[in-house]
Structure formats: structure tokens, C-alpha cells
Design a binder for this molecule. Structure first.
Ligand code: CA
Length: 232
């Protein structure tokens, strides 16, 4: 069985590391983020199976971030467990309305947390391991991509770029934003983005899908797979 991957979004480093340690011992893979911006980058890079989301974060409240994840097609189904020090009822109600799957109130034991995670994962096990957009079908587990049922060969960067786009359809990204998501922490020139977009388009073109990657004048790129439904 593939190990489930949990993203911990918590700004208190000691707590984050402790939780991460406990989850690794319980057999999970762990990704860590200290704020919502880092969480976004992590999610763009690899869609986790579940997010542990602290309520109080430096750049945005966990609740707002949960709402943002629910609004995004790619993360709508992503299970979220809120870590909270708050116990007030109205907070709980507000949390449920934003579609959070469960709560764990601090302080909690690793055992309690793992039990909650297991319960949520059981409930939501229909969780997507595939991304689909227009005629493109991407299996995130096997890294296989097919277009209209024909296998497509992509370089690693083009694969990540396509995955990023498929996770964020119909949204305009500037070159700088694509750079930030794809090559964060590495110095890369903006025209590198164009090079990889061109390569991706060339592959898509062979399958009549080059138009999915649109150039938005003066703004950047938008992935727009069209309004095809169910492929028929
Ligand atoms: Ca916090």
C-alpha cells in the first residue's frame, strides 16, 4: 500500500516537528509548512492525502485557508483536520461551514491525532489520485499521462508544469508566479518558464490540446481545458 501523505501546516516549529515525528512513526509520509504560503507551494508540488491545519497562522487564518482550499477545484475534496486551541462553539460552527472534516483541540496526544486522521481518511477514501482536464488524464500515483487514451511522454519539468496547471485551471499566472511555484528557492530566469511552456505545448500539440495553455497578453498563462464534459 502507498503511504498516505500528510501536510502539517503549523507555525510553531516544535509542535510541527513533534506531530511530524508522531505521524512518521505511525507510518505516514509527512510534509511540513510554517504558513499558508508555504502550504500552497507544497500542495502545488504534491497533493497530500490530508492536511492538518493550525487555526492561528502568521499570514492567513487556518479557517480562511481552508475556505480557499474548498473553493479550488483541485483541492475541494482534500480532507482537512483543524488544529485548534479554541473551543468556543461559534468557532466550531464557522469551521464546519467552511467544510473542515474534523477538529483536534490542543493539547492532543499523537495517538488521538492518528485516530482522528484514520477516521477522516476512511470517510474520504474516494480521494482523487487522478487529475482530469479536457482530454488529459493524469495519474498522480504512477505519473502516467494520457490524452484521449493515448500515452504521453513528458519530461519531469513539463510533467510538474502540467500538473500545476491541471490543479489550477482557469486561473492566470504570471511568469513570476509560475517560477515561484515550480522553482522556489532556485534562481531561474523568467524566460525558462517560456521554454518549458513551449515544450509542454509542443507535446500537447501532438494530441491537439496545445490550445489548453493560453497566453494572456501582459499577464501570463492560463490553463483552460475548455468545457468538455465526460469526454462525450
Ligand atoms: Ca499557530
Amino acid at each position: 500500500m502507498v503511504e498516505k501523505n500528510i501536510l502539517i501546516v503549523e507555525d510553531e516549529r516544535a509542535l510541527r516537528e513533534m506531530v511530524g515525528f508522531g505521524l512518521k512513526r505511525a507510518g505516514y509520509q509527512v510534509m511540513e509548512a510554517g504558513d499558508c504560503a508555504a502550504a500552497r507551494t507544497a500542495i502545488a508540488d504534491r497533493l497530500p492525502d490530508l492536511v492538518l491545519l493550525d487555526w492561528m497562522l502568521p499570514d492567513m487564518s487556518g479557517l480562511e485557508f481552508a475556505r480557499a482550499l474548498r473553493r479550488d477545484e483541485a483541492t475541494r475534496e482534500l480532507p482537512i483536520i483543524m488544529l485548534t486551541a479554541r473551543v468556543a462553539e461559534d468557532d466550531k460552527i464557522a469551521g464546519l461551514q467552511s467544510g473542515v472534516d474534523d477538529y483536534v483541540t490542543k493539547p492532543f496526544s499523537a495517538r488521538e491525532l492518528v485516530a482522528r486522521i484514520e477516521a477522516v481518511l476512511r470517510r474520504t477514501s474516494s480521494h482523487e489520485e487522478r487529475l482530469m482536464a479536457g482530454a488529459i488524464d493524469m495519474n498522480i500515483v504512477s505519473h502516467r499521462v494520457t490524452i484521449s487514451d493515448r500515452e504521453v511522454t513528458l519530461g519531469p519539468t513539463e510533467y510538474r508544469l502540467l500538473k500545476f496547471f491541471m490543479m489550477h485551471p482557469e486561473r492566470v499566472f504570471s511568469r513570476a508566479q509560475v517560477l515561484d511555484r515550480m522553482w522556489s528557492g532556485i534562481y531561474v530566469e523568467e524566460r525558462t518558464v517560456d521554454v518549458h511552456i513551449r515544450r509542454l505545448r509542443r507535446v500537447l500539440e501532438e494530441h491537439d490540446c496545445a490550445q489548453y495553455v493560453e497566453t494572456v497578453r501582459g499577464a501570463g498563462y492560463r490553463f483552460s481545458p475548455g468545457t468538455q464534459r465526460n469526454g462525450k
